[in-house]
Design a protein around this ligand. Structure first.
Ligand SMILES: Nc1nc2c(ncn2[C@@H]2O[C@H](COP(=O)(O)OP(=O)(O)OP(=O)(O)O)[C@@H](O)[C@H]2O)c(=O)[nH]1
Ligand SMILES: [Mg+2]
Length: 368
């Protein structure tokens, strides 16, 4: 998609053209992180978006920005202010900026923002930032479409924190105390913490401090957002299962009594795998299994492992739903794999990840 196509499609979306919405719905989803940034007027949201954009660009990431100007504040000043601040990014093809006025179209704002952010994500932008003011209904809807919502506050808000508390409790994933160069940042942080301690969901929001005008704290905010982008698309915890733990032993006969008798795990099978030069005992444990490995002779990789590290955990095997997709993601992330996926005896696909990439343990990924 060229920048021109993108701009044309974005305009069509803003004008509510139904065929534009259909075209967007049909696009592949993309992997960008949609970030909602909200907070009271003048908190420094635009300055922060500007700083974040510069930081992301330095890291080689692309950024699309949707600046939403509320009806009451659509003065030339407001929009112009954002534009001037953002000007340094205008010549950069890795940054795409749309300013949008609400024009009082109720419900339309969230829908348009949703369609635009989907469009930018499909176009391949790594980060899609939606800046809105306040914590009204529109902002709450935008927060629900965003993958991450950042609420920007400033020191010395006092009662204001209380006033907006109801709205932000639900939507904030990250609190940013901007203008931390001013007195009272510590106090504001305490107020937010007190508010959060009154009860929140399972995930406690992060609180960061920034000075948007000089960039203090912006790299930390960028780190936090980048971590969330990775998490969004790696999500192993949702679809991966431990298949088995491979444990290297010098002798199955010596090791088995502990597993069979003391732990009470039954031996499901014992076999000799000639080409890997091992004797294997499989013991089901819950939904996973324990795989005990004894070397057949000194040339076995298990024998070499025992020599180097002694008996113990040799590998962890995880079942993944789509091994080729996982492999290509890992490869593009620079993870070291031991060869390409292969077919095992049972027809399953498997591949190993080098311990150098995993923190010292050999990982096996399996797809049935
Ligand atoms: N001292 C100080 N001033 C800041 C900081 N960040 C932003 N400002 C100033 O605060 C004013 C408002 O900043 P903006 O970035 O426009 O704030 P905003 O939240 O986008 O404002 P609206 O979009 O108009 O609601 C500007 O004059 C900024 O220069 C900061 O960290 N410290
Ligand atoms: Mg702004």
């Amino acid at each position: 998609m060229t920048i021109r196509d993108l701009a044309r499609l974005a305009s069509a979306v803003e004008n509510g053209a139904p065929e534009a919405l259909e075209r967007i719905a049909a696009l592949p989803p993309g992997e960008g992180l949609i970030i909602g940034i909200t907070g009271p007027p003048g908190a420094g949201k635009s300055s922060l978006v500007d700083g974040l954009t510069a930081e992301f660009r330095q890291r080689g990431k692309t950024v699309a920005i949707i600046a939403v100007d509320p009806t009451s504040r659509v003065t030339h000043g407001a929009i112009l202010g954002d534009r001037i601040r953002m000007q340094r990014h205008h010549a950069d093809a890795g940054v795409f900026i749309r300013s949008m006025a609400t024009r009082g179209a109720s419900g339309g704002l969230a829908r348009t923002s949703a369609a635009l952010s989907r469009l930018f994500r499909a176009a391949g932008f790594d980060f899609i930032i939606i800046e809105t003011v306040g914590v009204g209904q529109d902002e709450i809807e935008i927060a629900s479409l965003a993958d991450v919502t950042v609420v920007v506050l400033v020191p010395g808000m006092g009662d204001d924190v209380q006033a907006i508390k109801a709205g932000i409790m639900e939507i904030a994933d990250i609190f940013v105390i901007n203008k931390a160069d001013r007195p009272g940042a510590q106090q504001t942080q305490r107020e937010i913490q007190a508010m959060l301690s009154l009860g929140h969901g399972a995930v406690v929001p992060v609180i960061l401090r920034t000075v948007a005008i000089d960039g203090t704290g912006v790299p930390e905010l960028a780190d936090e957002l980048q971590t969330r982008q990775r998490r969004l698309h790696l999500q192993p915890e949702q679809s991966w299962k431990v298949d088995h733990l491979g444990i290297a032993v010098r002798s199955l006969d010596e090791a088995l009594p502990f597993y069979e008798t003391s732990l009470g795990l039954p031996v499901l099978s014992r076999e000799t795998v000639e080409h890997e030069k091992v004797k294997v005992a499989m013991l089901p444990a819950g939904e996973a299994r324990v795989e005990l490995l004894e070397p057949l002779d000194a040339s076995s990789t298990i024998a070499r492992f025992l020599e180097k590290r002694g008996p113990g955990l040799h590998h962890v095997a995880m079942k993944v739903p789509d091994l080729p997709a996982t492999v290509s993601r890992l490869e593009s992330a620079g993870v070291r794999l031991l060869g390409k996926p292969q077919r095992g005896a049972g027809g399953h696909l498997y591949v190993f990840i080098h311990p150098a990439s995993t923190g010292g343990v050999l990982w096996e990924l399996i797809q049935e």
